[in-house]
Write a protein that binds this ligand. Structure first.
Ligand SMILES: [Fe+2]
Ligand SMILES: [Fe+2]
Length: 226
């Protein structure tokens, strides 16, 4: 892989590019964790299969589908109007989303049947291949145009703030503290107030699903050792 993009802008500040790249880091982090977890099941450790199945639903299924939906309905149309030269790349990215989505359904079937872990293994390997290609292309094509954007939308109400805080607790895990400090400068107070509890809950959830794990201190969209 060529050099992955840095999470922070060249001037050391965060931007909407940072937010998108942190989500990409989380997808790569989680797909690697899922692949390792399936290897453990194949080796005979089935102690965490229920937690894994639930995590598939929350992490890969909902987070990835939600991420694609936000891109297709909000980020891409906005970029398309401001940067007409990106039209071909945006078309290709949307097409890639449509290739990835059916795999998520195949994943549901595979994770419902972890007595045959090779099914989940096959889906995860296919997903990793498609995602690696998609994320790398997306980062190269659209991240530069998001570096100037620094206005994070203020959540309309408490419920939405909680939803955003949950999302950030997921995307911030394993990111270097100096990056997180810059990201927090862009986040509205209503969201920041909910972040510590959301992060604590996510750490608990992670321990339940992955057992012990080491946290990275990533400064790019690719986890260390990926
Ligand atoms: Fe995408
Ligand atoms: Fe993306």
């Amino acid at each position: 892989m060529s050099q992955p993009p840095k999470l922070l802008n060249d001037d050391g500040t965060a931007s909407m590019a940072t937010m998108l790249l942190m989500a990409h880091h989380a997808f790569r982090r989680d797909i690697a964790r899922f692949i390792r977890a399936i290897e453990e099941i194949k080796a005979g450790d089935s102690s965490r299969t229920d937690a894994l199945r639930e995590e598939w639903e929350k992490s890969c299924r909902q987070a990835l589908h939600g991420h694609h939906t936000i891109e297709d309905t909000s980020i891409f149309p906005d970029l398309r109007s401001k940067h007409p030269e990106l039209a071909t790349a945006l078309d290709k990215l949307t097409e890639q989303h449509h290739q990835i989505d059916p795999l998520l359904e195949k994943g549901d079937e595979a994770f419902a049947d972890l007595a045959h872990p090779e099914k989940a293994e096959a889906v995860l390997n296919e997903l990793k291949t498609l995602l690696d290609e998609h994320l790398t292309f997306e980062e190269a094509e659209i991240t530069p145009s998001l570096r100037e954007a620094k206005e994070f939308p203020v959540p309309a109400d408490e419920k939405m703030a909680t939803m955003y805080a949950d999302g950030f607790s997921w995307s911030m895990q394993g990111i270097a503290p100096e990056v997180l400090a810059e990201v927090k400068k862009l986040l509205p107070e209503i969201l920041l107030a909910k972040l510590p509890a959301a992060e604590e809950a996510f750490e608990e959830r992670s321990k339940r699903v992955w057992g012990t794990y080491t946290l990275g201190r990533a400064t790019t969209s690719v986890p260390e050792g990926y």
